[in-house]
Ligand binder design. Sequence first.
Ligand SMILES: Cc1cc2nc3c(=O)[nH]c(=O)nc-3n(C[C@H](O)[C@H](O)[C@H](O)COP(=O)(O)O)c2cc1C
Length: 257
Amino acid sequence: MVDFKFPAWRQRLVRSLHVNRSQAQSKYFQVASVSKDGLPKNRTMVFRGFVLESLNLVSVTDIRSDKVSDWQLNTPKKFEICWYFSGSREQYRIAGHVSLVSNEILKDARNEHANRESVVFSETYLRQQWTNLSRGAQEQFFGPSPRAPFDIKADDDKNYDSDGLAGIKDINSLNPDGLRGGNAASQATQTKVTNSESQINNSEKSSNAESAFDISDHFCVVIFTPLSVDYLNLKGSPQLRCLSDIENDWVELVVNA
Ligand SMILES: Cc1cc2nc3c(=O)[nH]c(=O)nc-3n(C[C@H](O)[C@H](O)[C@H](O)COP(=O)(O)O)c2cc1C
């Protein structure tokens, strides 16, 4: 059934997630930012659903990471997501601006007497995303800073095996949710995107994540607000390419691929 509430690209994206749900990589997209020296930077992130009843996409990250510095230094905080679904041979390039939510950012907002309703919403949202993480993934946010030189002493309680991987017996248990989080985390995120609407759903959180830790000050929710979408479908001849943007009320323009 077509949901006229949302633009065509979002309805397509929900369908792509559903059609490609058996492929774990369907929930990963590449996200580009612009660094302070004007250079493009991109990295893979996990899609964690839409903000309920909206066009906004959600990921989480460590506030100490370079991407957060890029976004904090630049106004507006621009992004481009590139997302390829190999099963259905579709690509989405989604551009727009980023909002960040963390303990510290919320503290500043409260001090600046920002809109109370939006602060309360953000607090609830931060907690919800935190509890959706497995215990292993939560633990990572209390670890050493990303990009700092690796300190084996600080990590020596983690039982290194011959591959030098902390506590990991099976390389397949590595997951992007928390590189040492193991299968529980991976299954938890997988479940989230098999849901056709991919909405963030409390009931799907990992069972061992509940109240494991208070929200780390390093934990950061990244909300991507799309302003334009470039959709390409490689199936069929000719291939289909549709451009749309918020300024034109998301009315699609079909162009040559
Ligand atoms: C499959 C996969 C999924 C990933 N998911 C995330 C994620 O959701 N959030 C995140 O911060 N980093 C994620 N990473 C790690 C990033 O790609 C990147 O290496 C890290 O965040 C540091 O990026 P930065 O220095 O540009 O901030 C993922 C990596 C892979 C390979």
